[in-house]
Write a protein that binds this ligand. Structure first.
Ligand SMILES: Cc1cc2nc3c(=O)[nH]c(=O)nc-3n(C[C@H](O)[C@H](O)[C@H](O)COP(=O)(O)O)c2cc1C
Length: 337
């Protein structure tokens, strides 16, 4: 006797649960919780042939400074196990070039820009925020505080809660009130929660985390550092557990502060981990170097992953991993379900 398995009707088998993927960046609604990550796709033009840029939450631009910069010496990239090291530096057109060319290009296509700003003095950041007030298509500002503070012996702003808060307060004061301001945090600190709390108190509408970790590769043949800049920023899947830990700790301490999570996200299941840890949106960086359509693919995969786990809305999954564990099965439990 053969027992035929009961298969669902074809329509039923193919039906993918519809998940409400509506997300927001600091209260501003966006069509997708997936954004690009600063510095990994310039100003969006390079990704345009691969997917519809209006289908993601926003393009996060390469960090822009007041003046054009040529970046650090070559070589600027080195492969590492499950990651890469870069020492691009803040190469870019400066704010004039961004306002004249890159932002109009994005705005004409209806693509939203989350503009990353960088500087070496608090006033640089404030001036950049002022120049971006009311610019069409600018969703908000991501403040890259992983820069050396020239007024404090080159100490990185993001490594000191007071310096980080000074930058955020100055930016929030002059920025367009309609543009949310996110502080981008560095993992290279002992206590990321204290920096996060200082930024939130200074007026940050959200936190982006994490930036790259400082690393080094030495070529055993030349017996010299591989990168022209000696040290570089480590990114890619190798840093994902560190990034997730940061998101987890900050969400636990500051559950009402929106988090844009990033660090080694390559798939919808990777993005799901960040959402469960407390991120309300995610950025995709290094993954676009080998799959330029990764942001769109990861949006679709995340929607499927949420639906498969019974979520009807992305919003319901944010921070879900922090909930209390289910009670052990017994008299007072809801029993085996
Ligand atoms: C080549 C490269 C350039 C980057 N440039 C910037 C930058 O200009 N500003 C910034 O805030 N982060 C920059 N980052 C960091 C990324 O935005 C992101 O925080 C980090 O790479 C972790 O994400 P990922 O593993 O998905 O790349 C850069 C990363 C890479 C790999």
């Amino acid at each position: 006797m053969s027992i035929e398995p009961t298969l669902p009707a074809p329509a039923e088998a193919l039906s993918v649960p519809t998940v409400d993927m509506q997300a927001s960046i600091g209260g501003v609604p966006v069509v997708s919780p997936v954004l690009t990550a600063s510095g990994c796709s310039a100003f969006g033009q390079e990704l345009d042939p691969f997917f519809d840029l209006t289908s993601i939450g926003a393009v996060v631009t390469k960090s822009v400074q007041l003046r054009p910069r040529s970046g650090r010496p070559t070589p600027r990239m080195a492969e590492t196990p499950s990651g890469m090291l870069n020492s691009i530096g803040l190469q870019g057109p400066g704010i004039d070039g961004l306002l004249a060319e890159d932002l109009p290009w994005l705005a004409q296509r209806g693509v939203r820009a989350f503009v990353s700003i960088a500087g070496t003095r608090v006033e640089d950041f404030a001036e950049l925020a002022a120049r971006l007030r009311g610019v069409p298509g600018v969703l908000g500002l991501e403040v890259n505080i992983s820069c050396p503070n020239v007024e404090s012996r080159g100490e990185v702003f993001a490594c000191d809660p007071v310096a980080a808060a000074d930058v955020v307060a100055a930016v929030r004061e002059v920025a367009d009130p309609a543009q949310p301001v996110y502080a981008k945090l560095s993992p290279d600190v002992t206590d990321i929660v204290s920096v996060a709390a200082a930024c939130a108190e200074a007026g940050a509408n959200g936190l982006s985390m994490i930036n790259t970790l400082l690393g080094l590769v030495i070529d055993p043949d030349t017996m010299r550092p591989v990168l022209g800049g000696v040290t570089g920023g480590l990114s890619g899947p190798a840093i994902r557990p560190v990034a997730l830990r940061c998101v987890w700790q900050v969400h636990q301490a500051l559950p009402n502060v929106p988090i844009l999570g990033m660090g080694g996200i390559r798939s919808g299941l990777d993005a799901l981990q960040f959402v469960l840890a407390g991120a309300s949106a995610v950025s995709v960086g290094t993954a676009v170097f080998n799959d330029p359509s990764a942001p769109a693919r990861i949006h679709a995969e995340l929607a499927d992953a949420l639906g498969e786990r019974g979520f009807g809305r992305l919003a319901d999954a944010i921070g879900y991993a922090h909930r209390r564990p289910d009670p052990p099965a017994g008299r007072h439990s809801r029993g085996l379900q």
